[in-house]
Write a protein that binds this ligand. Structure first.
Ligand code: GAL
Length: 467
C-alpha cells in the first residue's frame, strides 16, 4: 500500500512575515535589498508585510479550510539565530507556536530551512562563496531540529538551490537580481562569475549533505529533501528532446541532481564538458558525504523552456551554448507573466529521471511537487481567478495521471497560500489562493474562487484514492 498522496499549500518566511518584528530578529539580506531605492518594482516600503507572524492562528484556519494534509513553510534564519549565529529562543517560540497550532488542526509540516533569505551579516561575510558559512547553516539546522522535529514530516534544506546560487549570491547576466551583488573576488580571487556561482552551488550542496547526515544520525527514519527548479527544456522543433534541449535541462536541473543522486555521484559528461575549469572538484570524502542524501526529491514547477542551438545572452546560455526562444504556450497570468501552462513539461522531467526503457538513470526517489501556481491575471477580477483554477487543475490532473502510470510522485503543493512579497516584483504580482489587503490595518485575507475549488478538488481526489 502506498502512503496517501500529500496535498499541500506553501509560503516562505520572508514573503509573508517580512522583517520588522521585535522578537530579537536581526536584519537579513532582503531587508537590505528592499532599502535600495528602485530595487523593488512596485515601490513598496520595507515595512510592508502580510504580517504572517502576527496572524499565524488565523492563517492556520485558512490552511485548514483548504482541506490540505500538509503545510510547507520556511524558517527565517535571521529570526531564530541572531545575526545567523546565536540562538534566539524568542524567535523560535513563534515557529513552535505555529507547529502546535498546525498539529491541533491535524496538518502536517513540511519545513524548509532556507528560502532565499540570508542573515545580512553572513551575506556580507561572503554568503555561500566561502565554506565558513556551512557550520553556521548546520548550527541553525540543528537548532530547528531540536525544537521542531516532533512536528515535522518532511525537512527541506534549500528552496531552488540553482536559483539561489545563480541569482541570490552575486549578480549574474540574465538571471533575476536577488542579491546585494557582493564583490566575489574579495573572497575567491580573480576567477570567473561562473566559477563563483559553482563554488556557491558546491557549498550549498555540502551544507545540504551535512544537514541530511545530522538529521539521519538523530533519527534515521526522518525524511530530508532538497528543492530544484523544474526547468524542463524542449527543442524548438516540435517540442522534442534533442541534444540541445537535453543539454539545457542538464545545465539547470542535472547540474544539481548529479552529485546528489547520479550513480557516478559526480557531475556528468554534458556538464563537465561545458563548465570545464569552472567546476570545482569533489574530494572522495565529499563525494561519500553527499551521495544519495535525498529522501524526497522536490521540484518547483511553473513552466518549461524552448531552446535552440547557439549562445543566447545570459550566462547559462553562453556557457552551455543554447538560446531560449519564445513559445506559444498559454500565458495564463496575463501578458507580462513569465508563467506558462504546460503540464507536460513537468511530466517529461519526472519521466526523464528514469531514463529510457529499462535504464534507471537516477534512483527511484519519491518526488514531491513543492510549488506550482500562477499569478493573478490582471484582466480578471482577482477574487474570480479562473485562470488559477485552470492552471492548478491541469497540473494536478497530469501529475495524478503520471502517478497512475507509475511515476513515483507523492504529493502536490500549491503556491501560494496568500498573496505575498513576490521578491523584487513587490506585492503587485499575486500568487495567493487568498487575497491580502495590504492597505487594511488587519491585512485582511479573503478567499479567491480557487481556494474553494482547491478544497473540492482535494476532497474528490482523496475519495477516489480511497476507493
Ligand atoms: C519560486 C519561489 C517562490 C515564489 C515563486 C513564484 O521560484 O521559490 O518564492 O516567488 O517562485 O514566483
Amino acid at each position: 500500500m502506498r502512503d496517501p498522496f500529500i496535498w499541500a499549500v506553501a509560503t516562505a518566511a520572508y514573503q509573508i512575515e517580512g522583517g520588522r518584528e521585535t522578537d530579537g530578529r536581526t536584519p537579513s539580506m532582503w531587508d537590505a535589498i528592499r532599502e535600495i531605492p528602485g530595487r523593488i518594482k512596485d515601490g513598496s516600503s520595507k515595512e510592508m508585510s502580510c504580517e504572517g507572524r502576527k496572524k499565524y492562528k488565523e492563517d492556520v484556519k485558512l490552511i485548514k479550510s483548504l482541506g490540505v494534509t500538509h503545510y510547507r513553510f520556511s524558517i527565517d534564519w535571521s529570526r531564530v539565530m541572531k545575526n545567523g549565529k546565536t540562538r534566539n529562543p524568542t524567535g523560535m517560540e513563534y515557529y513552535k507556536d505555529l507547529c502546535r497550532e498546525l498539529r491541533k488542526e491535524g496538518i502536517q509540516c513540511i519545513v524548509n530551512l532556507f528560502h532565499a533569505d540570508l542573515p545580512l551579516d553572513l551575506y556580507n561575510e561572503g554568503s555561500w562563496l566561502t565554506e565558513e558559512i556551512i557550520p553556521y547553516f548546520v548550527q541553525f539546522a540543528r537548532y530547528c531540529y531540536e525544537e521542531l522535529h516532533e512536528f515535522v514530516s518532511i525537512w527541506v534544506t534549500f528552496n531552488e538551490i540553482r536559483m539561489h546560487a545563480w541569482a541570490g549570491v552575486v549578480k549574474v547576466e540574465g538571471e533575476p537580481f536577488h542579491s546585494l551583488d557582493i564583490d566575489y573576488k574579495k573572497f575567491l580571487g580573480e576567477v570567473s562569475v561562473a566559477r563563483a556561482v559553482m563554488v556557491a552551488s558546491r557549498n550549498m550542496l555540502l551544507a545540504h549533505a551535512k544537514v541530511y547526515r545530522l538529521f539521519h544520525e538523530k533519527n534515521d527514519a526522518c525524511r530530508v529533501g532538497i528543492i530544484l527548479g523544474g526547468h524542463a527544456c524542449f527543442d524548438a522543433d516540435g517540442e522534442t528532446v534533442s541534444s540541445v534541449s537535453e543539454r539545457a535541462t542538464k545545465s539547470m536541473v542535472h547540474l544539481y541532481l548529479d552529485p546528489l543522486l547520479h550513480p557516478s555521484n559526480d557531475w556528468t559528461g554534458g556538464v563537465r564538458e561545458y563548465l570545464g575549469e569552472d567546476l570545482p572538484p569533489w574530494s572522495e570524502e565529499e563525494k561519500k558525504l553527499i551521495k544519495n542524501t535525498v529522501d524526497v526529491m522536490c521540484f518547483n514547477y511553473y513552466r518549461p523552456h524552448i531552446v535552440k542551438e547557439g549562445k543566447g545572452p545570459s550566462l547559462v546560455e553562453q556557457i552551455f551554448n543554447f538560446t531560449m526562444v519564445d513559445d506559444d504556450w498559454p500565458k495564463i497570468g496575463g501578458d507580462s507573466s513569465w508563467v506558462r501552462l504546460h503540464p507536460q513539461g513537468l511530466i517529461s522531467l519526472m519521466e526523464g529521471l528514469r531514463g529510457k526503457e529499462g535504464e534507471q538513470k537516477y534512483p527511484n526517489v519519491p518526488i514531491l511537487i513543492s510549488e506550482n501556481g500562477v499569478n493573478d491575471d490582471p484582466s480578471l477580477n482577482s477574487l474570480d481567478d479562473t485562470n488559477r483554477i485552470r492552471y492548478i487543475g491541469e497540473h494536478i490532473d497530469a501529475i495524478l495521471e503520471a502517478r497512475r502510470r507509475g511515476v513515483n510522485v507523492i504529493g502536490y503543493t500549491a503556491w501560494s497560500l496568500m498573496d505575498n512579497l513576490e521578491w523584487d516584483d513587490g506585492f503587485e504580482v499575486r500568487f495567493g489562493l487568498f487575497q491580502v489587503n495590504l492597505e487594511s490595518e488587519e491585512k485582511t485575507r479573503t478567499p479567491k474562487r480557487s481556494a474553494e475549488w482547491y478544497k473540492k478538488k482535494i476532497e474528490k481526489e482523496r475519495r477516489e484514492e480511497d476507493q
